[in-house]
Ligand binder design. Structure first.
Ligand code: ATP
Ligand code: MG
Length: 543
């Protein structure tokens, strides 16, 4: 985006949109706006600076953490720069919506947000200041919310389809925003930050954070070995352990110690080849949320061992074991002392009181939790996220409406976000080659690039290219006219970098022969067309 001149960086996570980038951004916005309007949502614009009192009322002034940028005005009053607008829209609702007759309703805006992200990266993909479309719906009851949520689900599907993006809708965690049911819309791309697990046999799809690792169908194997302590000098990692003992990591147990509630520690045991899923772990009873690994000194004080040597044999505190670790027999684990491991370990006999839990990230090939097929994993970029909030915010801010019987009820809310600026970056991540961007047509900054060769020297080239430019534009086609005094190679390279879908070249030879050169951005070779039929030819190429 920097090379193509779409954006410029001002500071960490802060970007200026230059004319070429802004054209695409405006197209993305236009599609979002059209589809939101089609769905019956009403556009509003809310302030970017919010008084602290409102966020104190919802409890998020404390809860939101360091992502919330706080500031003071000249009277030393506290404010924040809005990362999201649940509080403000609920404040509007509690003042304006009094009766069931006014519901359901859905308000949206397309507006700048600020989140002081820990690690802003990949340009506008994860910026601090970015543009979001955020929408908030209000309903009389849960059934109404489910219906409104369904409408947004379809609207989002239409939006990303219209943009020409390949995407997937997945079950998601609701994170800091809160609520129960939630889906993310993920643009599929190798470089994506998120991993998505989906079944190859039905429509189960979930963010890896949330994807359920089904408990294995097979029963635990019968242990035959006795517990033995073996010397493992210098062995630090799981890979080293497996190599040293010449066994699979899947036969070893990985024990992680995390902070529990009330100053306790909790042990989490997983198969050596599996990865801990922090989100699943921090939802378990007794485990501190957000998940925090226990410090070495804490573990030493409580278990008399350093973290790298810890194992569950003799662990006297809360212990969770992943389902697939619990079917192991005769396994290997840390012996709670340096340079030693236990082999031939068995549950119940050697380790008592382990509670079964889903602790791990799913891996490709796991059975789908839907019961059909196996899981595959692809990478994605989250461009949209929809939530059923329920009464979380309406309750906190005391928003009520009168129902048909004149009773005061607390409305149900949904909220629906789209990363407008992130979509531009995501579209490029999904559609590019080594020469540059390949815009999906609906969001390309221009449809056609008209490249005039040596127009400074040739009157005829200038006449023909000027005429085509006017003709195309008069027909409503968006044309970028490259009439710079530059070499052909430079112009072609820039056209490819910019990713304009259709390229027409006007040169001396073409003008003379009455045939011009055309090339689509994804084409491997150019083709000729008759100059006199230029408009009809280009029209036939446009979607
Ligand atoms: P992420 O998990 O990527 O941090 P989020 O879950 O915090 O995002 P939401 O609160 O769901 O984000 O916001 C709605 C949408 O806004 C997201 O789906 C994403 O497309 C976009 N978005 C969120 N944070 C950023 C950011 N820092 N820069 C650009 N776009 C963002
Ligand atoms: Mg999200």
């Amino acid at each position: 985006m920097l090379r193509a001149g779409l954006i410029r960086r001002l500071g960490t996570g802060l970007y200026t949109w230059l004319p070429m980038g802004l054209r695409t951004l405006k197209k993305v916005e236009a599609i979002v706006r059209e589809e939101m309007n089609r769905a019956g949502a009403l556009e509003v614009v809310m302030p970017i600076i919010h008084p602290a009192e409102l966020w104190q009322e919802s409890g998020r002034w404390q809860k939101y953490g360091a992502d919330l940028l706080r500031l003071k005005d000249r009277h030393q009053r506290d404010y924040c720069v809005a990362p999201t607008h649940e509080e403000v829209i609920t404040d509007i609702a509690r003042r304006e919506i009094k009766s069931y007759r006014q519901l359901p309703v859905n308000f949206y805006q397309i507006q700048t947000k600020f989140r002081d992200e820990i690690r802003p990266r990949f340009g506008v993909m994860r910026a601090r200041e970015f543009v979001m479309k955020d929408a908030y719906s209000f309903h009389m009851d849960e059934a109404g919310l489910a219906q409104g949520y369904g409408i947004m689900f379809h609207t989002y599907t239409r939006i990303f389809t219209r943009m020409g993006l390949t995407f997937r809708c997945v079950q998601a965690d609701s994170g800091a925003i809160g609520g129960k049911t939630s889906h993310e819309f993920q643009v599929l791309a190798e470089s994506g930050e998120d991993a998505i697990a989906f079944s190859d046999a039905d429509d189960y799809a979930a963010n890896l954070e949330l994807a359920v690792a089904a408990a294995p169908a097979q029963a635990r194997a019968v242990g035959v070995e006795s517990l033995r302590k073996v010397a493992t000098p210098g062995v630090r990692t799981m890979a080293e352990l497996a190599r040293f003992l010449k066994i699979e990591p899947a036969r070893c147990l990985k024990t992680l110690i995390v902070e529990g509630e009330d100053n306790t520690l909790v042990a989490l045991a997983l198969r050596g080849d599996h990865d801990l899923n922090a989100l699943k772990a921090q939802k378990l009873p007794g485990v501190a949320s957000p998940l925090r690994m226990a410090g070495a000194d804490r573990i030493m004080a409580l278990a008399g061992s350093e973290p790298g040597s810890i194992g569950p044999v003799g662990w006297a505190h809360r212990l969770y074991a992943d389902h697939s670790a619990l079917i192991l027999a005769d396994f290997v684990c840390g012996a709670n002392e340096k340079d030693a491991h236990f082999t031939g370990v068995n549950w119940e006999r050697d380790v008592k009181g382990a509670v079964a839990a889903d602790l791990r990230n799913v891996v490709a090939g796991d059975p789908s939790p839907s019961g059909k097929g196996t899981l595959k994993i692809v990478r994605g970029i989250e461009v949209g996220h929809i939530f059923q909030l329920g009464q979380l915010y309406s309750e906190a801010l005391n928003a009520t409406v009168l129902d048909e019987g004149g009773h005061s009820v607390t409305p149900y809310m949904g909220c629906y976000g789209i990363g407008v600026t992130r979509i531009v970056a995501a579209a490029i991540e999904q559609n590019h080659d080594e020469r540059g961007i390949i815009w999906p047509e609906p969001i390309a900054p221009f449809q056609v690039v008209l490249v005039a060769l040596s127009s400074q020297k040739s009157d005829r080239v200038r006449e023909v290219s000027d005429r085509l430019y006017d003709e195309f534009r008069a027909d409503g086609i968006e044309v970028l006219f490259d009439d710079r005094d530059a070499r052909a190679g430079v112009k072609f390279a820039d056209a490819e970098l910019l990713g304009i879908p259709h390229r027409v070249v006007v040169g001396e030879r073409g003008v003379e022969s009455g045939r011009l050169e055309y090339r689509g951005r994804r084409d491997t070779a150019s083709q000729d067309f008759v100059l006199n039929d230029a408009l009809a030819f280009i029209r036939s190429r446009l979607r």
